[in-house]
Design a protein around this ligand. Structure first.
Ligand SMILES: O=P(O)(O)OC[C@H]1O[C@H](O[C@H]2O[C@H](CO)[C@@H](O)[C@H](O)[C@H]2O)[C@H](O)[C@@H](O)[C@@H]1O
Length: 346
């Protein structure tokens, strides 16, 4: 009720067009290929500007209560359940900053994450390359899925054969872990696209291209507003030559990715499976994320009817998350409370 009222308001004032999230949803028993397409949302952040933003946020909170204020309630559900913690990186574990290379995680956040990972299986599912996010987080007790879930370092237990029709070209054991990379065959073309994007954006001041291994980010946070539409045109132009790829929008970024039906939601399911928890009725997954691509994982939890999808946002946003946290500092508090709860209940 409240949500639909808000949506009407947003539509009426022409802001906040929430796209269907980046890839198709549900648990893919196969990795399927999608027709290449550019998504249509404008390359801008989901900003909500209202005369009385705080009041609107309060209203939104009644639909997506703070995970901190609801902590006791959440933990009542958790009793006797196996908690698994999934987290996004940028905007969740680290604050959004102008330079993507400087999105460091605080020592306090690292310590909290280490605590949580000592209590529950913990995974980070990021749009960044797996190596880069590991470089920021620097914890070996956490599982990492990079490139929006297209590059997973899973626990040292192979998924049950037969669950996935698609087998990656290479599933290697490394440091006792399994690497799952459903988009491996796209790598040579990704290199070409990266070079083309670098060349095509060279003259666009403030625009940078980030190689995320199985996807590429074209950042325009540091570009003047008048350049934003040129960025979109450039990305579109480059993609015309690459029919097996498409682009989605994030926070001041275009993300170019292979058109396969594999997203953060699939990565979440895959990791649950490797933990032997996919079929378990007493698993309780949490997923905390701030961006559109996290909605795919929220939807998986919603469909499973298990666990808590938590959106990190200071603004009202349409989301499949059940709960919310305002910013990474609230994520930190939440992680600390969770670890403390575990220790007290053990
Ligand atoms: O899935 P995530 O871990 O949230 O990654 C999504 C993108 O995050 C990064 O970009 C965003 O954060 C940057 C640093 O705060 C910011 O400068 C940028 O404007 C944001 O879009 C990352 O650099 C991208 O490659 C990821 O795709």
């Amino acid at each position: 009720m409240m949500r639909s009222k808000l949506n009407k308001l947003f539509n009426a004032i022409g802001i906040f067009k929430h796209p269907s999230s980046s890839q198709s949803h549900g648990f893919a028993s196969n990795v399927r290929y999608e027709r290449s397409s550019m998504v249509t949302p404008e390359p801008c952040e989901q900003k909500v500007i209202t005369p009385n933003a705080e009041e609107t946020y309060e209203e939104w909170l009644s639909d997506h209560p703070s995970a901190l204020n609801s902590f006791e309630e959440l933990m009542n559900t958790a009793k006797g359940k196996k908690i698994v913690m999934f987290l996004d990186y940028d905007g969740t574990l680290s604050p959004i900053v102008n330079d993507p290379e400087l999105a460091f995680m605080s020592d306090a956040m690292r310590a909290a994450l280490r605590e949580v990972a000592g209590c529950f299986p913990t995974a980070i599912i990021s749009g960044r390359s797996r190596d880069k996010v590991h470089g920021f987080v620097k914890l070996d007790e956490v599982y990492y899925a990079g490139s929006h879930g297209m590059d997973i370092m899973a626990p040292p237990r192979k998924h049950k054969s037969g669950d996935y029709n698609y087998q990656p070209p290479v599933a290697v054991e490394k440091d006792n872990s399994v690497i799952f990379q459903p988009a491996q065959e796209f790598l040579p073309e990704i290199e070409k696209i990266y070079d083309e994007l670098e060349k095509a954006t060279k003259e666009l001041k403030g625009v940078t291209v980030e190689h995320n291994r199985f996807c590429i980010s074209v950042h325009y946070r540091r570009a003047e507003e008048k350049v934003h539409s040129d960025v979109k045109k450039t990305v579109k132009e480059v993609l015309k030559k690459h029919a097996r790829f498409h682009a989605t929008t994030g926070k001041m970024v275009w993300e170019v990715r292979p058109s396969i039906k594999w997203n953060k939601g699939n990565a979440l399911e895959y990791l649950l499976d490797t933990l032997s928890l996919a079929e378990s009725s007493d698993v309780l997954p949490f997923y905390i994320g701030d961006d559109r691509t996290d909605e795919d994982a929220f939807e998986v939890l919603q469909k499973r009817g298990q666990g808590f999808p938590i959106l990190v946002s200071q603004n009202p946003k349409e989301t499949k998350a059940s709960h919310s946290l305002r910013d990474p500092s609230e994520v930190l508090t939440f992680l600390l409370r969770l670890a403390k709860w575990r220790k007290n209940s053990a």
